[in-house]
Design a protein. Structure first.
Length: 56
């Protein structure tokens, strides 16, 4: 994903609830490994098990 689009996605990711964060993380296509890492840093750690379950 190009940097401008990713920055918009990242801003949205910061503003939405955990359920939508999971949907964005799990279903957005075209992200690089580094972009996934950046989103993961913004994800609330207490909800990490929910993200892991969604990725299975």
């Amino acid at each position: 994903m190009d940097q401008q689009s990713f920055e918009q996605l990242k801003k949205r990711f910061q503003e939405v609830d955990t359920k939508e964060k999971i949907e964005i993380y799990a279903f957005t296509q075209g992200l690089t490994q580094e972009q996934y890492k950046q989103l993961l840093k913004l994800f609330p750690l207490e909800h990490l098990p929910k993200l892991e379950a969604a990725l299975r």
